[in-house]
Ligand binder design. Structure first.
Ligand code: CUA
Length: 155
């Protein structure tokens, strides 16, 4: 059976495109280390309360205008529930979940992280403007999901 010339050309073109995309993706993942972050920092989700730093959730000052918030998430709470920081602070959130996948989205910022059990999630954000920043869980985590929220107060 003889194939139409144009059909052959298009088949070859699409095959070549597939190969090119695979090479580009492979190069980015393995040579440039741009693959999705996985298994970088892990934790036993059953032992979060005994594992540092999560045995002491809270707000810690680490430098001039620098803070760390060690946070655990569980149905349907953020712990610490009350976060207050001075305006102009850069805050690094270190988070893990004690049960299911939760979200950590801070309204009016670019902060939006997925917090998974067994993994430690870090996210840094500078808070320049004073105000109350609403924090929402944006991953469906159970019947109380829509009530899972807290507030970051920047003064
Ligand atoms: Cu936690 Cu939805």
């Amino acid at each position: 059976m003889k194939m139409n010339r144009y059909e052959e050309i298009w088949l070859m073109l699409s095959g070549a495109m597939l190969v090119i995309f695979m090479v580009i993706t492979g190069y980015q993942t393995f040579a440039l280390g741009m693959g999705p972050p996985s298994n970088k920092e892990t934790i036993d989700p059953e032992k979060v309360d005994e594992t540092a730093p999560f045995d002491k959730p809270g707000v810690y000052q680490t430098g001039d205008h620098e803070y760390e918030v060690v946070m655990t998430l569980e149905v349907f709470n953020f712990n610490p529930g009350k976060i207050e920081i001075p305006a102009g602070s850069t805050v690094t959130f270190i988070m893990t979940s004690k049960d299911v996948v939760h979200g950590f989205q801070v309204v009016d910022t670019n902060l939006n992280a997925m917090v998974m059990p067994g993994h430690i999630q870090r996210a840094t954000q500078k808070f320049s403007k004073p105000g109350e920043y609403l924090v929402l869980c944006n991953e469906y985590c159970g019947t109380g999901h829509q009530h899972m929220s807290t507030v970051i107060t920047v003064k």
